[in-house]
Design a protein around this ligand. Structure first.
Ligand SMILES: C[S@@+](CC[C@H](N)C(=O)[O-])C[C@H]1O[C@@H](n2cnc3c(N)ncnc32)[C@H](O)[C@@H]1O
Length: 228
């Protein structure tokens, strides 16, 4: 096998290791801290380092997909942005006007520090603010696009979160949510089915697409939604 041919295998092995490490953390309850509004990652620093090392290619593929849907300078909200990798890519590399919110002040602190560290003065960077998906402070119809990765299963009030996404999206706007496939991930078998959550909300499901992660598996799915 050539080095080039081995690339996907190496990527797959690394990704699978990431899943195993994260699943182990979850199993040992190192990962979840229940607070009003949702479940926080117990160790924001560890999560930041791990995702920085292992999930770059996932965020790259997701950012490319989001950018292909967004018009130049579009206003984008990322809900549950964690340490900020996706928001920073969308603002810095794609020129989008991005706001990231997360329930966890420790995650927002890390996201802000990262944005400040990576900023050259000329690069566009996101704004990061502490906030709850279920009770946002933004005006009605203030975003063209709302995105979220690996976060919805952490929200304690998902119906209110989806109602808030509907409220802050402009008419004709789009929400793109990547979350775990129900029952697919070891130690996350309790995670609710994201598709089932959408039924009964004011969002219309445009499409559900399996998302390759970790290679060669598809533990994630991408939901495309629009206000009904
Ligand atoms: C598994 S992490 C995902 C972080 C990031 N999106 C990523 O893909 O790496 C889940 C995130 O959702 C956040 N979260 C949990 N409940 C939330 C809520 N109600 N509103 C906003 N963020 C929330 C957590 O603090 C955590 O940062």
């Amino acid at each position: 096998m050539t080095l080039r041919g081995a690339g996907p295998l190496v990527l797959g092995a690394i990704s699978l290791s990431a899943i195993v490490v994260m699943a182990r953390m979850a199993r040992h309850r190192a990962m979840g801290r229940h607070v009003p509004g949702g479940v926080l990652i117990a160790d924001a620093t560890g999560y930041d380092r791990l995702t920085g090392l292992l999930l770059g290619w996932l965020f790259r593929s997701i950012a490319a997909d989001i950018a292909s849907q967004a018009s130049p300078g579009a206003k984008v909200l990322e809900v549950g942005c964690g340490p900020g990798y996706l928001s920073i890519r969308l603002a810095r590399d794609n020129g989008l006007d991005v706001t990231g919110i997360d329930l966890d002040p420790a995650m927002i602190e890390r996201a802000r520090a990262k944005a400040e560290h990576l900023s050259t003065g000329q690069t566009r960077m996101p704004r990061f603010t502490v906030g709850n998906a279920a009770a946002m402070t933004f005006d009605d119809a203030s975003f063209d696009l709302v995105v979220s990765t690996l976060s919805m299963h952490h929200w304690s009030d998902r119906p209110s979160g989806l109602a808030e996404i509907t409220r802050v999206l402009r008419p004709g706007g789009t929400a793109l949510i990547w979350d775990l496939k129900a029952g697919a991930v070891p130690f996350h078998r309790h995670a609710p089915d994201p598709v089932a959550q959408v039924h009964g909300s004011a969002l219309r499901l445009v499409s559900v697409t399996p998302w390759r992660w970790p290679w060669p598996f598809a533990f994630l799915q991408r939901l495309e939604l629009t206000p009904a």
